[in-house]
Write a protein that binds this ligand. Sequence first.
Ligand code: ZN
Length: 295
Amino acid sequence: MSEQERGPLGGLRVPGGSGGTDPLGVPFQHDPLGGPAPSARSGRGSEEEVRASAVCAVGICDGSGWVIDDDGEARPCECRKRKIRRARTRGMQSTIPERYRGVSFDRPPISNMAADPGTAAVVREIRDYCENIDAELDEGNGVWLHGSAGTGKTSLAMLISKTALEAGHSVAIYSMPRLLARIRRTYDADSNEEGYLAFFDRLTSVDLLHIDDLGAEKRTDWVLEQLYAIVDRRYEERRSIVVTTNLDTDDLREQIGDRTVSRLLQMCDMEKPVFGDDWRERRGLVIPPAPDARA
Ligand SMILES: [Zn+2]
């Protein structure tokens, strides 16, 4: 391969791709929900958009982001929908934190948990969720992971987010203290960051909201109101949430409020009765402490 075929950072250059365009290849800042079909476009703008994304991420369209159906009507391709979903996570924490990037069912701590009779069932449940990630997120199913420090709950939750990201879903990942701090900042009148409403929209529209360490800090009533508003909106719109906490539900109600906890429990099917085989139905998973330390 010649030097000319490589991009500026050594990555492969996509044939026909052009520089100077948005990396997503979608003019989402003007057109967040999909603009007119290519037939309605004209001139250079249309050509540039086609060139900007020469390869369809799901192998369906010709790279334009549009599919022409039997009636000759253009409809958005799945790859375009994915790009728009990704664009929604701009300005949000939507990558796996460094120390959890390598998280996998095949590696410790999760491989150890799978081999441990005390935690094998929890790992099976998470594996099941990950294997059906598209359907689980479509249905708005959530996962609640409760366990004391060092039980591996954060690793399991990160594995869910990693799976969702790899499947092309939009994910926002926040520790509880960071999320509350971020909400507080959007409220500062002199802040240059986007306002609360814009942040609220993004937080409620991502496919998966992941909150780590729920109940980890004391906060004001105002911030708790906002947290409830986010959770409640996601509940109404059937959007999934993954939470980890080391508090039991009574302590959590004390920390973040009764209404928010009740909504979260509903989203994670915690209110189903738990008898025998019904255990498999629920997504509220309690991880028993283990003798060896887990992250
Ligand atoms: Zn496509």
